[in-house]
Design a protein around this ligand. Structure first.
Ligand code: PEP
Length: 253
């Protein structure tokens, strides 16, 4: 793990108003003031971003967006561009979360466009991949995840790929309370690293942070994060409570 940074990122999804965001970050800030062993990110709803950036100022918490459009501007009602996020102080952006693939018609192609735009704009994209329950039961997770990674990285250079974070999130484990076992998580994160090695070589592959996500919590985090290919977590539900989120951060130490 000395080749790459552990990153613990929260994904608030459609939760928290700006005032709630401010209160949560103010509670979290003193807890994380001595953290040196990992990077910490909170990906928050668009309207919370200015408040969250202001509240997190002077702390080690970086703020991310949960999505972004790939076009620079124009007639895309309801969408938000990279420029807008950049001016607000965003550092990370989640791309291709399974909820966006499922409910908002994100495809491997739109994910790839967004990854490239994120990198062009200096963001670190957190690219989500993962198989469904059906695909897990058919034992085709490896093909599915490899295809998602390959498509997402199409046209991304070896220099840029080191800024990418991959989040392995088995769809059957998101918001369900069902976690992948630590060995399952490590197996898939390892397969993702193999795929990155084929695409970019060993040096780049070992520098890329690969997170696990899916019902990670204060209880199961230490075991998941102890695995050699699991370099962090993307955390939904447990990132909404400062003490739970901090417990996961501590488990990364
Ligand atoms: C997520 O949405 O990225 C996630 C992992 O959610 P949860 O932790 O709630 O399963």
């Amino acid at each position: 793990r000395r080749y790459r940074k552990t990153i613990i990122a929260g994904n608030w999804k459609m939760n928290m108003t700006p005032s709630q965001a401010k209160a949560l970050i103010e509670e979290l800030k003193p807890l994380v003031s001595k953290v040196k062993w990992c990077e910490m990110v909170l990906c928050v709803p668009y309207v919370d971003i200015p408040t969250a950036v202001k509240a997190a100022k002077g702390s080690k918490i970086a703020i991310g967006a949960e999505n972004m459009h790939f076009e620079p501007k124009g007639a895309y009602t309801g969408e938000v561009s990279a420029d807008m996020l950049k001016e607000c102080g965003v550092k990370y952006v989640i791309i291709g979360h399974s909820e966006r693939r499922q409910y908002f018609a994100e495809t491997d192609e739109t994910v790839n466009k967004k990854v490239k735009v994120a990198l062009e704009n200096g963001f670190r994209p957190i690219v989500c991949v993962g198989e469904s329950l059906d695909e897990r039961e058919q034992d085709i997770w490896s093909e599915i995840v490899r295809k998602q990674v390959k498509c997402a990285m199409q046209g991304v250079s070896v220099d840029d790929v080191k800024k990418v974070v991959i989040a392995y999130e088995p769809i059957w484990a998101i918001g369900t309370g069902k976690t992948a076992t630590a060995d399952q998580a490590n197996e898939v994160c390892g397969a993702i690293r193999d795929c990155l090695r084929e695409l970019y070589g060993a040096r780049a592959a070992r520098a890329i942070t690969i997170q696990y996500g899916g019902s990670m919590n204060a209880k199961n985090a230490a075991e998941l994060l102890s695995k050699p290919d699991v370099d962090g977590g993307l955390i939904g539900g447990a990132s909404l409570k400062p003490n739970d989120f901090f417990a996961i951060i501590e488990a990364a130490n």
